[in-house]
Design a protein around this ligand. Structure first.
Ligand code: DC
Length: 224
């Protein structure tokens, strides 16, 4: 028996850090699925393929092996056996992950990979379509969001960039728009998801809310 927590939400809402810390508190696995979309994009660019050409990208998937490991420094993402984690958060990947993550072939392939990684484990999985598509029967679904200003501040701090805050806001709005309007598995709140507005919550408070909900749902699990 495994217990799956599905966390979805907008960019900068605090999903990744919350998923990681909740998983650490419980001794469970966590999976940042955004990193798997970034890893495919990284591979497409590395192979010199066109990230807007679905046929070229689909052909590449055949020879691609993706894996993740949880370590003390967080999730490490492996592309054909190489740890490429540090190359996945560049501006170039930010730019091209949007068209790649729109492709149905990529989404279907990654959903299979993500389910396989989590198979049989207790896990906290975060992304955009986890409660709706990847694990529609998740034991707990959480939808996270926060005011644009707050998300932009967090993103700016996280990336340690000298980028203008207005530019960070525009980038977040562009990604929100693409994520929630794409044809295949758009970002949307599951009807049965717990809504968590993190605008004025600290990371510890977000983690506490999630953990107490999990404990409430799963009082008899001895691992908690
Ligand atoms: O969470 P992130 O910024 O690392 O995600 C990178 C991109 O991947 C984001 O633009 C949306 C996409 N993504 C997705 O389509 N589905 C997911 N489950 C996770 C991420």
């Amino acid at each position: 028996m495994s217990f799956i927590v599905a966390i979805d939400g907008t960019s900068g809402s605090g999903k990744t850090i919350t998923a990681r810390m909740v998983a650490e508190r419980l001794g469970w696995m966590y999976l940042d699925t955004g990193a798997t979309y970034r890893a495919v994009t990284y591979w497409v660019l590395k192979q010199g393929k066109d990230p807007e050409n679905e046929k070229e990208v689909t052909q590449l998937l055949e020879g691609l092996d993706l894996d993740v490991k949880n370590t003390e420094e967080g999730q490490r993402t492996y592309v054909n056996g190489e740890d490429e984690t540090n190359k996945l958060r560049t501006d170039e990947i930010d730019r091209w992950v949007t068209p790649v993550s729109k492709m149905t072939t990529v989404r279907e392939w990654l959903v299979r990979v993500q389910r396989k990684i989590v198979d049989g484990k207790n896990a906290v999985v975060e992304g955009r379509d986890i409660g709706t598509v990847v694990f529609p029967n998740a034991d707990l679904k959480i939808y996270m969001d926060a005011k644009l200003e707050v998300r932009a501040e967090r993103r700016k701090k996280q990336k340690g960039e000298a980028k203008d805050i207005e530019e960070v806001k525009r980038d977040l709005l562009r990604r929100d728009y693409h994520d929630s309007t794409r044809k295949d598995s758009p970002l949307k709140r599951s009807l049965n998801a717990l809504s968590l507005d993190t605008t004025s919550l600290s990371i510890e408070e977000q983690v506490e809310r999630a953990v107490s909900e999990i404990k409430h749902l799963n009082e008899s699990t001895s691992s908690i």
